[in-house]
Design a binder for this molecule. Structure first.
Ligand SMILES: *[C@@H]1O[C@H](CO)[C@@H](O)[C@H](O)[C@H]1NC(C)=O
Ligand SMILES: *[C@@H]1O[C@H](CO)[C@@H](O)[C@H](O)[C@H]1NC(C)=O
Ligand SMILES: *[C@@H]1O[C@H](CO)[C@@H](O)[C@H](O)[C@H]1NC(C)=O
Ligand SMILES: *[C@@H]1O[C@H](CO)[C@@H](O)[C@H](O)[C@H]1NC(C)=O
Ligand SMILES: *[C@@H]1O[C@H](CO)[C@@H](O)[C@H](O)[C@H]1NC(C)=O
Ligand SMILES: *[C@@H]1O[C@H](CO)[C@@H](O)[C@H](O)[C@H]1NC(C)=O
Ligand SMILES: *[C@@H]1O[C@H](CO)[C@@H](O)[C@H](O)[C@H]1NC(C)=O
Length: 377
């Protein structure tokens, strides 16, 4: 009886606090305002990486030393600039003819990363190591930068300038594409005994680390509808056979698409219920604010109505722009590269630059407390 009533009390408290945080769509969430933020700190994989994996590859597997501010890239895995760089562009302004960014981007995402290499390690021969992961590499790299001077800064200054504060720094995590994908869960390549909830638990462990380092404003981006990406789609949704990312891909595309759909839907439902549970019931991160950004719905909306979001000369949601052979020795762009903004997907796996612009526009609304794709806790 006692445990039942305390469960009922907990549930009714959850319902109350949910009711107050589940604001009507489009109405502004008062805890969030884009003008508050001057530092955007991102964690994730190739969907977010600008140049960090490139640094590892060009330095024989060594990580950038603490204090290194990595450069902008115009040729990321999505074919152009990546979404957090567009967030910087969309929130900055031109003042007296000069570019005046509101935010500095500190991007810890590494192409190929998973949440934890204790769950789904993936080997990268060119760095003679596993792809660096969020929990074991990206978060510690951020923490090392917190106590480092900025390399090559004259006059000398701390790496984070202006300094990070609880209100002015926002942290975004978008991870799962590789964890659920090839050479991880979908090929049963996880460390034996590891399950999907080990991956979702890892996501909250990442926020533990960021919280311990002073982070309070968090955006968790859920997993994309990967069963719509050519790499994982079924035959009628134009899935591809063996390719640069999956050379020995099995022939039953239905099985792959259905399994991937189950994985993304399941982990996204965990995020939907565990995020308010950790924030509001367990009080795991006192004083922190969460925005859960529904990437699954945003990218599905683009897929279902591509002309509303894509602006190339010829718009398609299922074709992709960059076609490489299996061993990546030859790559050819559709329409000779004249239509990059017409595609949702740049290649078999990655959203295009125009999709990244759409993501960035919506991310700005998330930071402003006004996104229909966000739920705030
Ligand atoms: C590159 O790193 C490997 C270890 O991962 C080492 O054996 C090798 O000597 C390094 N090569 C150079 C040129 O530093
Ligand atoms: C293929 O995938 C699409 C998109 O998820 C779905 O609507 C369709 O029912 C699937 N077709 C088959 C034959 O499984
Ligand atoms: C492909 O996989 C699906 C789902 O597992 C199964 O129903 C179907 O029979 C398989 N098709 C072939 C040709 O093996
Ligand atoms: C599509 O829109 C973006 C702005 O969102 C713009 O930068 C880009 O040049 C446009 N592309 C084309 C082909 O017009
Ligand atoms: C790469 O793949 C092509 C076929 O797509 C093949 O002709 C070629 O020999 C391969 N090259 C290497 C270096 O494996
Ligand atoms: C692409 O460009 C090449 C040479 O520049 C040309 O021969 C070819 O016809 C073009 N293809 C398309 C589809 O425009
Ligand atoms: C953020 O919200 C405020 C108030 O609702 C609004 O005035 C402002 O234009 C919004 N900013 C952006 C970038 O959407």
């Amino acid at each position: 009886m006692k445990s039942f009533s305390s469960l009922a009390l907990t549930l009714s408290l959850l319902a109350q606090s949910n009711a107050s945080s589940l604001i009507p769509r489009q109405q502004k969430n008062p805890a969030w305002s884009v003008s508050n933020f001057n530092s955007l700190i991102t964690f994730g994989d190739s969907y977010t990486d600008e140049s960090r994996l490139g640094y590892f590859i060009s330095h024989n597997g060594s990580a950038p030393p603490p204090g290194t501010l990595l450069p902008e890239s115009f040729a990321t895995a999505g074919g152009g600039r990546t979404w957090p760089r567009y967030v910087v562009q969309y929130t900055g302004s031109t003042v007296n003819g000069g570019w005046d960014p509101q935010m500095t981007l500190y991007n810890y995402a590494v192409s190929g990363a998973v949440c934890s290499n204790e769950i789904t390690p993936r080997w990268l021969p060119s760095i003679n190591n596993n792809f660096p992961s969020v929990l074991e590499y990206e978060v510690p790299a951020f923490q090392a930068d917190l106590v480092s001077p900025r390399i090559n800064a004259t006059p000398p200054e701390p790496y984070f300038t202006p300094p990070l504060t609880a209100a002015s720094a926002v942290y975004a995590l978008w991870i799962g594409t590789n964890d659920l994908g090839v050479w991880a869960f979908i090929t049963d390549s996880q460390i034996p005994g590891k399950v999907l909830s080990d991956y979702t638990s890892c996501v909250y462990d990442v926020f533990d680390g960021l919280y311990a380092s002073g982070g309070r404003m968090f955006v968790l981006m859920n997993t994309a509808p990967l069963h719509l990406a050519p790499l994982y789609a079924n035959a009628s949704a134009h899935g591809v056979g063996p390719n640069q990312y999956w050379a020995d891909k099995p022939s039953n595309l239905t099985e792959i698409a259905e399994t991937m759909h189950e994985y993304t839907s399941t982990v996204n439902n965990v995020f939907k219920y565990q995020t308010p549970f950790e924030a509001l019931v367990a009080k795991r991160y006192p004083g922190a604010q969460f925005a859960l950004m529904d990437m699954y719905s945003l990218i599905s909306d683009i897929y279902d109505d591509p002309t509303a979001y894509l602006n190339g000369t010829d718009v398609t949601s299922w074709m992709y722009d960059n076609h490489c052979n299996v061993n990546q020795t030859v790559c050819v762009k559709s329409d000779n590269g004249t239509n990059p903004d017409g595609f949702l997907w740049y290649d078999e796996l990655h959203p295009s630059e125009q999709t990244d612009r759409v993501i960035a526009r919506n991310f700005v609304q998330v930071l402003n407390g006004t996104s229909k794709y966000a739920t705030y806790y």
